[in-house]
Each structure stands twice: as C-alpha cells, then as structure tokens.
Ligand binder design. Structure first.
Ligand SMILES: [Zn+2]
Length: 497
C-alpha cells in the first residue's frame, strides 16, 4: 500500500515537474529581431560642450527669487538658439508661462497624427550642506574623465540637449518630416508642471491637437538592477504611480504626565496605534498590470530557476510575490506603498500633549485612486477619534499605455537597433513626471530615456556628483536621431526613408 502511494506521489511529482519545464521552455524570447544600425557619426566634443553650457544655467524651479530664475532660463534659451540655428529656422517656437517651450516641427502630411518628445529644463537644487561633497562644482559644467558633471546632467538636460542635437543633425542632412513632431520642454517639472506641461496640454487641446503618442523622461536602460539579468534592460514605462499624503490627527484634553489616561487614550498613544496598523497592513498587491507585463517580457531571458518561477505563476505566484516583496523597488511595482514620513507631538517631558499628528505618503498603483486610498486608510485605522485628511498636492496614477500598440513597438525597435545588446520590456515608473499631464491629449504616453543607468547612477539623480558619460550622450543622439527618422519619416514602420 505504502509502495503504491509513494509510486503515485512520484508519478505526480514527475508530471508536475514536466508541466513546469514545458511551460518554462515554451516561453521563447519576446525580443524583436532587428538588424543593428551602423553607428551614426556624432561629434562627441560638440555634444559634451552643448550639455556643459546648458548645465551652467542654474534653472532651479520653485525658487523664491523670480528675477534670478528668469535670468537662468533666459541664458539657457539663448544657448539653445545659438547652438541650434537650423532648429530655430525650421521649427515654430512658442514660449508658454514665461519659460516653458513648445516647438512645432510641421510635417507635410496633415492626416498623420502628431507625436511629442519631452524633456524638462528645470533642475532640483543642491541639498544645503552637500555642495562641498561634489567633485566638481554642480553648476560649472565641467567635462572631465569622459563625463559631463553637474546638476541636471541626468535629470534632465542630457535628454533635452541630445534631442536637439539629433534634430539639428537631421535638418542638416535635409530630412523633411511627414508627421508633425512637437518638442515640449517644461520649466517646472520638479515642482509639479502646473505652469509648464499642464499649460502646454491646454494649448494643444484648444487647437484640437490629438497626439498619437508622447515620450518623456522616466525609465531607462538599467544595468545590474535586476538580479540574474546580465544584459541591459530597456524599461519603457507604460504608466506612473499617483501620490497622496494623508495627515492623521489625534486630539484629547492635554494633561499632567503624573496622571496619564489608560492605554490608547492619550493623543500619542492613539496615533501610534493607528500608525502601527497602517505599517503592519500593507496594501494588497501582486504581479499585475505593468509589473506583470515587465516580468513576462524579461522571464525568457532569465537563468532557468527564475525563468521557471516566473513562467509558472499559476502555481508559484505566492512564492514569487513573497520574494519580490523583499526588494523595495519590486515591492513598489506590485502595490500602493505606505511611507510614514512625519510625526509631530509634544514639547515638554511632563505634559501630555492635546494633539499628535503624522503624515503618511502613499504612492498609488494605477487602478486605485487618491479616494480609494483614503477610504482604505480609514478602514485600517478603524478609529473614529483619528481625523484623516489629504495634505499637499496629490496626483492620480496615470493611465496604463499599451505595450501592444504600434508606438510602443516603434520605440522598442529603435532601442534594439541602437542598443543591440539590450532587452526591452514594458515597465512601471515609480516616481512622477510631466508625462502624466499628457494622458488627456495623447493616445499613448511612454516614459523612457535612452541612458544606461546602474544602481550607482541612480543615486546621483537629485543627489551628489550628478554626471553623464560623453559616450552615453553620443548613444542618446543616435537613439533620438533614429526615433525621429522612423516616427516622422515617410515610413512609420521604422525603415530608412
Ligand atoms: Zn526629471
């Protein structure tokens, strides 16, 4: 009897292993086959210098000093005009809200839906006290050791400058667009984009412009970010998360610390219990939406064990999700995240404060809303004595663009042509960008920059020693050159016009 049972068990295990292996092996690579482009000749020194000059303009957004700020944007605009004469001769240029720029490259075919490339002109300030940690002064635009150093090199003037370089080169070669291309260069992305991208979208709507697609900063070619993947992974963002901050307030009568109320009755006690409940009850989530699409595209490129796990979610989902939950980034791709960011209460050691408050910051997964987050927080806190209200400017998660759409495939093909060693996958952007404002005017909006990022580079964004390799800039020019050629040219199928 026991023998028969164990034989049956063995047979079941063999069958299961067989099914898992078949599922795994059936998932062939999803990477599109394209012939790599012969590298376009790009003047390295010129591109480095173009960015270096752009970095010297201290275009910080959200400053209290409008005059200083205006002068910085004027300097950047003057540089762009001087550096790109063909762009300024061939394109219509409009200034929106003082410093944002909208360029129109008019195509010959009025029937072809226009597209937009985006980049932002503004940069974040250098954190006070960290200036001296920089190897080169953040606004000096130093070119050294094969890098252009300075605030904005990665975020986002590298993007801005290489788009313009590519465009200038195309004009130089006599290229004429069939499809209209807009270039949208906002000046306040880092503080929400309300005066820049939002106003430009309003303008386009007034003119009844409907974009086929738009592409903004966001995800990039990541290197060494995903365990087990040796090739660079070009993640093209299909969506970005929303944001809401909720303030939790607990109020009681203040009192003397010699006669405290019972457990959970003081303002701090009530608030701490509420915060603990939020911390211990993360939002439900899992491999779904953009994250599911990402893993489906990457799985076939992984070593066998990981490939087996991701190809058999029907059986191994709980295991896979538990593993992904351990990484902060992969966890954030799977759920709305809860971050306890501010706590305030009390100012004297022998006084029970009458009020305790905290702010909790949530990054919202597409599919949920600021409203649904607030409703769940109320349910988890489950304490009528705690007041819950939104603070600051939140934003809803963006729409999910399609990885099956023609524009996605165009970007995907261009990546494979210019970066033949890379694999391409859809992705979810965890931070916010101006791209979300384009949901209303664009059929598809993508978030991708043709920059190779490793984990060390990521720390430099908004951090110390921001820099970009000159070789990267050259590749970015090649990418935008090819993308514009394919998107605006006589054939939208990616063939050379
Ligand atoms: Zn940015």
């Amino acid at each position: 009897m026991i023998k028969r049972l164990s034989l049956a068990l063995l047979a079941a295990i063999v069958l299961l292993a067989g099914a898992l292996a078949v599922n795994t092996l059936r998932q062939g690579s999803r990477q599109v086959a394209v012939s790599p482009l012969p590298p376009l000749a790009v003047d390295k020194g010129r591109v480095a210098e173009s960015l270096s000059i752009a970095l010297r303009a201290k275009t910080q957004s959200g400053l209290l000093d409008p005059a200083g700020q205006a002068a910085a944007f004027d300097a950047l605009h003057a540089h762009m005009k001087a550096r790109y004469p063909l762009v300024h001769a061939a394109l219509e240029r409009e200034v929106v809200s003082g410093h944002s720029l909208l360029y129109t490259w008019r195509g010959s075919d009025a029937q072809a839906a226009p597209v937009a490339l985006m980049a932002h002109q503004d940069v974040v300030p250098v954190a006070p006290g960290t200036e001296s940690l920089w190897k080169h002064s953040p606004f000096a635009g130093v070119v050294q050791d094969g890098f252009v150093w300075g605030r904005g090199a990665l975020d986002n003037k590298g993007n801005l400058i290489t788009q313009l370089e590519a465009l200038e080169m195309l004009l130089q070669s006599g290229f004429k667009p069939q499809r209209t291309v807009y270039f949208v260069f906002g000046h306040d992305e880092e503080v929400g984009g309300q005066q820049g991208a939002v106003k430009i979208v309003e303008l386009l709507k007034q003119r009844n412009v409907r974009l086929a697609w738009s592409m903004d900063e966001g995800l990039a070619l990541t290197e060494g970010v995903l365990a087990g993947v040796t090739q660079p992974v070009a993640l093209i963002g299909l969506a970005e998360k929303g944001i809401v901050s909720l303030k939790l307030t607990a109020e009681t009568a203040p009192g003397h610390s010699s006669t405290p109320p019972g457990p959970g009755a003081s303002a701090i006690g009530m608030l701490s219990a509420a915060l603990t409940r939020l911390d211990q009850n993360p939002f439900p989530g899992g491999v779904q939406g953009a994250a599911a699409e990402m893993f489906a595209a990457i799985a076939p490129e992984l070593p066998f064990a990981q490939r087996l796990a991701l190809s058999n979610l029907w059986l191994l989902r709980p295991l896979v999700e538990r593993a992904l939950q351990k990484g902060a980034a992969t966890n954030a791709m799977m759920r709305t995240t809860t971050a306890l960011t501010i706590v305030n209460a009390g100012n004297k050691e022998n006084v029970l404060p009458g009020r305790a408050e905290a702010v909790v910051n949530f990054r919202i997964l597409p599919g949920e809303t600021t409203q649904s987050v607030q409703a769940r927080v109320k349910a988890v806190v489950a304490d009528e004595r705690i007041r819950i209200e939104p603070v600051g400017a939140g934003s809803e998660p963006s729409r999910l663009s399609s990885a099956q759409s023609a524009p996605f495939k165009l970007i995907e093909r261009t990546v494979r042509e210019v970066f033949p060693d890379s694999i391409v996958a859809p992705g979810l952007m965890l931070a916010a960008s101006d791209a979300r404002h384009f949901d209303g005017v664009s059929e598809q909006s993508f978030r991708f920059m043709p920059i190779r990022f490793n984990t060390e580079d990521l720390k430099r964004v908004h951090g110390t020693d921001e820099r970009i390799a000159v070789d990267q800039l050259v590749d970015m020019v090649r990418f935008y050159h090819r993308l514009l050629q394919s998107a605006a040219g006589p054939s939208t199928e990616g063939k050379t016009p």
